[in-house]
Design a protein around this ligand. Structure first.
Ligand SMILES: Cc1cc2nc3c(=O)[nH]c(=O)nc-3n(C[C@H](O)[C@H](O)[C@H](O)COP(=O)(O)O)c2cc1C
Length: 314
């Protein structure tokens, strides 16, 4: 199926594997790109030279297009941008920051730029900044998220109405029926994060992956709204954050509690009590760790079946 998104990325399918800290390195990205989707490196947990290594390894592992996600608040952002240019990266997804700062430079170099948004207002800003597409990421999504709590079901049609550039839906998608639902709402592609954490190729710790497939409804929550909202699995670390917030801890105390390495500790080192375990609500529907190629194949098959028979009439 060819549409504006698959044409923009030159992929077989309008399926994007999200850039994710401590999960999406070159193994996952290249496997998804080989399977016909768009694989993506998550630069947010990589030092600049580590990012360079992952770009080179990804290029060696697949002949298909892949992307790099750059959270714009990253402290070494200048170095990351320099490496993207030097390594000839063709597609960049930016998030967590102002798209006006870097989009013009990236566009000048001929790079396709997509920005992640959580509201129609930010989608319009991304369009004005010259982005080629936006990812509309709803409240259900794993990882950092908007404060306004707009769900994918509301956000996608709102963003579709607000901009002319194509919209990729994210947040709460793990199967083909969910993919179809967002496309009925006007999305032209989907971005999946949590589903790909539970893949063989994700670089996340096996204990974290096991926790993800064991998670049920209500096991995740959007927390740390005062600092930077993030959806994670409720655990001991979350309870400490909760207690601190209840007694009115200020931003400085919360920053100290979060520290620098909580996310690495939880998702990469597998400390399920003390670490931060970022994952989306849809983990409740994910119950197996599969090869990334299987995830893409299954998603596409389910999507086509749903398309032929969209409504179950009983
Ligand atoms: C473990 C994890 C890490 C993430 N890291 C990032 C990141 O570094 N940059 C980013 O833009 N989004 C990040 N996200 C959000 C994803 O890119 C994606 O938009 C989201 O997971 C989609 O929702 P879903 O989890 O319901 O599929 C992360 C999500 C997860 C689950």
């Amino acid at each position: 199926m060819q549409n504006r998104i698959s044409k923009l990325f030159d992929t077989k399918l309008p399926i994007v594997q999200a850039g994710m800290i401590w999960a999406s390195g070159w193994r996952l990205a290249s496997a998804v790109s080989d399977a016909g989707g768009l694989g993506m490196l998550g630069a947010g947990s990589m030092y600049p030279e580590v990012l360079r290594e992952h770009i080179q390894k990804c290029r060696a592992a697949t002949t298909h297009p892949f992307a790099v996600n750059i959270p714009l608040l990253y402290p070494d952002i200048d170095q990351h941008m320099r490496i993207l240019i030097e390594e000839g990266v063709r597609i960049v997804f930016t998030s967590a920051g102002n798209p006006k700062t870097w989009t013009p430079m990236l566009k000048e170099k001929g790079i396709t730029v997509v920005h992640v948004v959580s509201s129609s207002k930010f989608a319009q800003k991304a369009e004005e900044a010259g982005c080629d597409a936006v990812v509309a990421e709803g409240f259900e999504a794993g990882g950092h998220n908007g404060r306004e709590e707009t769900t994918t079901l509301v956000l996608v049609p709102a963003v579709v109405n607000a901009v002319k550039i194509p919209v990729i839906a994210a947040g709460g998608i793990a199967n083909g029926r969910q993919m179809l639902a967002t496309m009925v709402l006007g999305a032209e592609g989907v971005q999946l994060g949590s589903r790909f954490v539970a893949s063989e190729e994700a670089s996340s710790h096996p204990d974290f992956k096991a926790k993800v497939i064991g998670a049920g409804e209500g096991d995740t929550i959007l927390t740390m709204k005062q600092l930077t909202p993030v959806r994670l699995i409720k655990n001991k670390f979350y309870e400490e954050v909760q207690k601190a917030e209840l007694r009115g801890a200020d931003t400085e105390e919360l920053k100290r509690l979060l520290g620098r390495a909580r996310a690495k500790k939880g998702m990469f080192e597998g400390d399920l009590n003390e670490g931060e375990l970022e994952i989306g609500q849809v983990s409740a529907l994910v119950d197996s760790i599969l090869p990334a190629s299987e995830i893409v194949k299954k998603l596409w098959q389910e999507f086509q079946e749903a398309l032929e028979n969209p409504i179950k009439i009983r």
